[in-house]
Design a protein around this ligand. Structure first.
Ligand code: 3SL
Length: 236
């Protein structure tokens, strides 16, 4: 089995997804937020591409709606794209469904539909993703959501962390993308927050006063058993 990394959804047409496990990653912040939502008791997540779909689903299902555009909460929805929206004393949103639309993360998910299995990965659930990959015994493609089609450091470092976990069981050396991600992870692992503080999206988040989200998203395995998995047209 092989683990490969697609640095941006724009590169997806170059990859085969059929018969593979696709791991969708948007560390800052969509995949971290979705993992947190399910970890805090949200019953199921409907990732949608457009704001209109998000509004419509909210009405149709009477569910929580969350939406972000350009890093800011989109007006007219219950929540933005912060994992802190799902945290709180007594898990106030537990049992509710969620419709969510974000700039890059949910779009990357929708574009990976041809894969045999689609799961959502973040540092917060690294072990759950690695365990699932081991159980499936199929090739893995890490799909980095990036930023508006461009490379993102934090998503790629996650790919390196997953490759490091699966080294020995998966071929992680035959793709230059995976080799590069492994090298980045080697640099980053001693102090992940310090390393990723230099990334462009952190600067965007800082300027949007969302830097507490950054610290939260850097935690490894806070939700080690939570694996958002695409089934029946939703993540559960
Ligand atoms: O693009 C996305 O999907 C978001 O995760 C970006 S942000 O972190 O909400 O700015």
């Amino acid at each position: 089995m092989k683990l490969d990394i697609c640095f941006s959804p724009e590169l997806l047409p170059l990859y085969e997804l059929e018969g593979k496990v696709a791991v969708i990653v948007d560390i800052l912040r969509a995949s971290s937020t979705i993992v947190t939502a399910l970890g805090e008791g949200i019953s199921e997540v409907y990732p949608v591409a457009t704001l209109q779909e998000c509004t419509d689903l909210g009405l149709q299902l009477n569910c929580i709606t969350a939406a972000e555009r350009d890093g800011l909460p989109a007006p007219g929805f219950d929540l933005g794209n912060s994992p802190f929206g799902f945290l709180g004393e007594g898990r106030p949103l537990a049992g509710r469904a969620l419709a969510i639309s974000t700039t890059n993360g949910t779009a990357a998910l929708r574009r990976s539909h041809a894969a045999a299995h689609i799961v959502v990965g973040a540092f917060l659930n690294l072990s759950a993703v690695a365990d699932f990959a081991r159980r499936q015994q199929q090739d893995v493609l890490v799909v980095c959501a990036g930023w508006k089609g461009m490379f993102c450091l934090e998503d790629t470092v996650f790919g390196g962390a997953l490759a490091a976990r699966l080294q020995g069981e998966f071929d992680v050396t035959s793709s230059d993308a995976t080799l590069a991600a492994l090298h980045l992870w080697e640099q980053a692992q001693a102090n992940l927050p310090a390393y990723l503080l230099q990334s462009a999206h952190v600067r965007r988040l800082n300027s949007l006063e969302a830097s507490q989200d950054f610290d939260f998203c850097m935690q490894i395995d806070t939700y080690a058993r939570v694996l958002p998995r695409w089934q029946h047209e939703r993540l559960e």
